[in-house]
Design a binder for this molecule. Structure first.
Ligand code: GKR
Ligand code: MG
Length: 419
């Protein structure tokens, strides 16, 4: 069985005006859907970023995969490496840390690896979780991912069902909505938007409303070291972890030395090159594995094992995504003994839009690990075509929260640290 065709479909789906330390989400989020076809209707699927520079790299790699055995993921990596050469393509939104040629290759490799694992599972009749070592849990826990947000995009007439959240009562109302609807048992607040003491107030309000649920705060490196230390002290006993308070391994290590809670990251330890310096400096207690840039599911499992060796915990990071990513995260989470925190997901913010016939659902804050062969989810060709039409019409080719924010506030600057 060989890969006979590689199909890449860029798509766009509506995204609410969620605020972060880089600006505000644009009205459309982009992804690329990967199909590896082997003939006889057998197709493996993957999902990755949709930004134009990344899409160009996927397109560069794609023709080199024809003829590959889907079980040969080592061969896949060397083909991707050869096709790309040495390139370093950072993300412009600046929310997933620094970039390097190594990280670029692993990011391009990832959706193809996931699609190969989907194919492998379909060929041998086993779910992807079995290819990752087998299930250590039946359900993977996800956390409610709260955002400060506007009621609607300024140029768009209709507020969404979550409305505005710009202060502690708004954040608590959003959390209540998400917890009641999905049963989440853990809560993350995306911070770095308002002065830190206001975000601490939101955390206190969440603690009062949800006394039993673990809480996290993630300002995406918006704070200086002294501010981070002050906020860490003020939130002692309130947070299970504080995520990326400040930029860089050195700054994080300074905060980690005195903070009463573990620090977590998806911004300073973001590729294999960062592991030795980051862990030696003691900059984090938790790494947010994200298979989309750690090089797919097997490399994320390797990352988790390295974390275990260093006594570092593992959680999972997300960006706006659809159901193939959720399925891949769920298989990975199902196979990782090291995953002791609820994973992040943006799923509720996509309001049910998907490319799948039957997306996995979040019930009691968890997603059940599918038992069907491969990822256990199927592409809906009509939905894929509709979302591709969106992509062609929406006029956005790259995520850029900062420029979008500047269309409303020309003085806005992305500053890290800001406070
Ligand atoms: O969706 O705005 C967002 C998030 O800020 C995302 O882009 C981050 O990468 O969720 C991420 C994080 O944990 O930093
Ligand atoms: Mg983060």
């Amino acid at each position: 069985m060989r890969i006979s065709e590689v199909v890449l479909t860029p798509i766009a789906f509506p995204d609410p005006p969620l605020l972060n330390s880089a600006g505000v989400h644009q009205p459309w989020a982009l992804r690329t859907i990967v199909e590896l076809r082997c003939g006889d209707g057998l197709t493996g699927i993957g999902e990755t970023y949709g930004d134009a520079p990344h899409l160009r790299l996927l397109e560069t790699a794609a023709p080199h995969l024809v003829g590959l055995d889907p079980f040969d993921t080592n061969g896949l990596l060397s083909r991707v490496r050869q096709a790309l050469g040495v390139v370093d393509v950072p993300d412009r939104h600046g929310l997933t840390g620094g970039s390097s040629p190594q990280k670029t290759v692993l990011r391009v490799f990832s959706p193809f690896e996931v699609a190969c694992l989907d194919l492998q599972g379909k060929l041998i009749g086993r779910p992807v979780v079995d290819l990752l070592g087998g299930k250590v849990r039946d359900e993977v826990a996800f956390s409610a991912y709260l955002f400060y947000k506007w009621a609607k995009h300024p140029a768009d007439g209709s507020p969404d069902e979550y409305g505005e959240a710009l202060d502690p009562p708004g954040i608590v109302a959003q959390a209540r909505h998400l917890v009641d609807r999905y049963g989440f048992r853990s809560i993350k607040l995306k911070g770095g938007v308002f002065p830190p003491h206001e975000e601490v107030e939101a955390i206190r309000a969440l603690r009062a409303e949800f006394p039993g649920l673990p809480l996290r705060l993630d300002p995406n490196a918006a704070w200086s070291v002294p501010t981070s230390l002050e906020i860490a002290e003020q939130t002692a006993g309130l947070l299970e972890y504080l995520e990326d308070p400040t930029p860089g391994i050195d700054g994080m290590a300074q905060v980690a030395r005195e903070a009463p809670m573990p620090l977590a990251t998806n911004m300073c330890v973001v590729s294999p090159d960062d592991l030795a310096p980051g862990f030696a400096a003691g900059c984090v207690g938790v790494v947010l594995a994200d298979h989309h840039y750690w090089g797919g599911l097997r490399r994320s499992a390797e990352l988790a094992a390295i974390c275990r060796t260093w006594g570092v915990g593992v959680s999972m990071h997300s960006n706006s995504h659809l159901g193939i990513s959720l399925a891949a995260m769920t298989h990975l989470g199902g196979a990782l003994p090291e995953l002791t925190y609820a994973a992040d997901t943006h799923t509720p913010w996509q309001y049910g839009v998907d490319v799948l016939t039957e997306p996995l659902s979040i019930v009691d804050g968890t997603v059940r690990v599918p038992g069907k062969p491969g990822l256990g989810v199927d592409l809906d060709p009509d939905a894929l075509a509709r979302l591709h039409e969106n992509y062609l019409r929406c006029g956005i080719t790259e995520r850029d929260d900062t420029s979008y924010m500047r269309t409303f506030d020309p003085t806005y600057e992305r500053r890290r640290p800001r406070w």
